[in-house]
Design a protein around this ligand. Structure first.
Ligand code: DX5
Ligand code: ZN
Length: 215
């Protein structure tokens, strides 16, 4: 079954606890939480207090997507806030290997996200150290954008890289995921799908999560 990580960015922030309970009671696997700094991406979203508030009620792992510069400064703080998976952007890390080691040393699973223009080949030398690679299928910063089709081929290339290197890395895709794009991504090798607007704008989010799980 596909791992499904609903993105809270599309949830009703004024009713966050009931949104968290909906995910607790659904067949979703993780909580996807998008952290933005208004610098790496042209938008602001959740910060540490919001992550802590979600962690208090969440009964499933927190999959934290850091769209921030200098993520090294906040690794321990996100661990304390309740992060299980901590994903940093390739484009925001000058010393990526050091950052990944620090995330693992803090006791979390380590992920790297790739912007649409960043080739998977750049992960050649670090793939065996990664628990997760997040392929962005939109430009990060906003929910509800159009899916970039090139992400499908990129997923295939990443799957080949992981198999060739004998790595044990999960492939997660984020942006514009719905039943149609999700199916193509799973066929290409995706293990996990992030979905924001497709889940939260649907009439029955729990049923929509089931649709993605079965892809
Ligand atoms: C975008 C975020 C996504 C976003 C996806 O920068 O990383 O997680 O919530 O939203 P949808 O699924 O609506 O494209
Ligand atoms: Zn995200």
């Amino acid at each position: 079954m596909t791992i499904v990580s609903p993105s809270l960015l599309a949830s009703d922030f004024a009713n966050l606890q009931s949104e968290v309970e909906m995910i607790n009671n659904s067949n979703a696997d993780w909580f996807h939480v998008d952290v933005m700094d208004g610098n790496f991406v042209p938008n602001l979203s959740f910060g540490l207090p919001a992550v802590k508030a979600v962690a208090k009620h969440a009964k499933k792992p927190l999959d934290i997507h850091l769209m921030i510069q200098n993520p090294d400064l906040y690794i321990d703080a996100f661990k304390d806030a309740g992060a299980d998976y901590l994903t940093v952007h390739y484009e925001a890390c000058t010393h990526l290997h050091r950052t990944i080691k620090a995330i693992k040393a803090a006791g979390m699973k380590a992920g790297v996200a790739l912007n649409p223009h960043t080739p998977v080949e750049l992960l050649n030398e670090i793939i065996n150290d990664l628990d997760l690679v997040l392929i962005m299928s939109v430009n990060p910063g906003f929910g509800g954008q159009k899916f970039i089709e090139a992400a499908i081929n990129k997923t295939k290339k990443l799957k080949d890289l992981i198999v060739n290197k004998g790595a044990n890395t999960l492939i997660e895709i984020d942006g514009g995921v719905n039943a149609e794009t999700g199916k193509k991504l799973v066929d290409a090798g995706a293990d996990a799908l992030v979905a924001g607007s497709y889940v939260f704008n649907s009439s029955n989010p729990s049923d929509t999560i089931d649709i993605l799980k079965k892809l």
